[in-house]
Design a protein around this ligand. Structure first.
Ligand code: GNR
Ligand code: NI
Length: 174
């Protein structure tokens, strides 16, 4: 297992549409292991493959609170089959949009069809943070970030600040 570098906005790769996985083989399992380790190292609760530069429809999540009781979840080719009309608001953040947080409305419940770590077909009914997180991750597979739901003004302000941050070197050696 390897901790990978998480891509950050602005990066055109984050805007790419990810491709379905044909078979959950050794490569995909290795990808999921690396993604989970990368997510834990960054203290995130979810990660989409494109965030480490791999345009495949693969997501990992872990919403467990206790360090010693990890509950990893793996989603391959996830599809939302049902969405609630009722919305719920969460303050969202994203490992690819560093240091910015915003309240986002999303359907409060949803149903998801996907393949698990072993390639078996699964169905999940999600609500609360689980529903929000899975929708946030599936958005990544379509090249969508949570800042896309903000006003044009707020979004552009965030991207401008992130670009400045990115072009700043970490260290200057003279
Ligand atoms: O770590 C994360 N926290 C979070 C909080 C509220 C709504 C969504 C998320 S997902 C985010 C990790 C991430 O960027 N996943 O793509
Ligand atoms: Ni994200």
């Amino acid at each position: 297992m390897t901790v990978k570098t998480i891509l950050t906005e602005p990066n055109t790769l984050l805007r790419q549409i990810s491709q379905p996985v044909e078979q959950v083989g050794e490569l995909e399992k290795e990808l999921m292991n690396d993604m989970l380790e990368t997510m834990y190292a960054a203290n995130g609760i979810g990660l989409a493959a494109i965030q480490i530069g791999v345009p495949k429809r693969v997501i990992v999540m872990d919403l467990s609170k206790e360090e010693n009781k990890k509950l990893p979840m793996y989603f391959v080719n996830p599809v939302i089959t049902k969405k609630n009309d009722e919305k719920i608001t969460y303050e969202e953040g994203c490992l690819s949009v560093k240091n910015f947080f915003a309240e986002i409305d999303r359907p409060s419940k949803c149903e998801v069809e996907y393949l698990d770590y072993n390639g078996n077909k699964q169905n999940l009914q999600a609500e609360g943070l689980l529903a929000t997180c899975i929708q946030h991750e599936i958005d990544h597979l379509e090249g969508i970030l949570f800042i896309d739901y903000l006003s044009k003004l707020k979004k552009e302000m965030i991207i401008k600040k992130l670009s400045k941050q990115q072009s700043k070197p970490d260290r200057i050696i003279v």
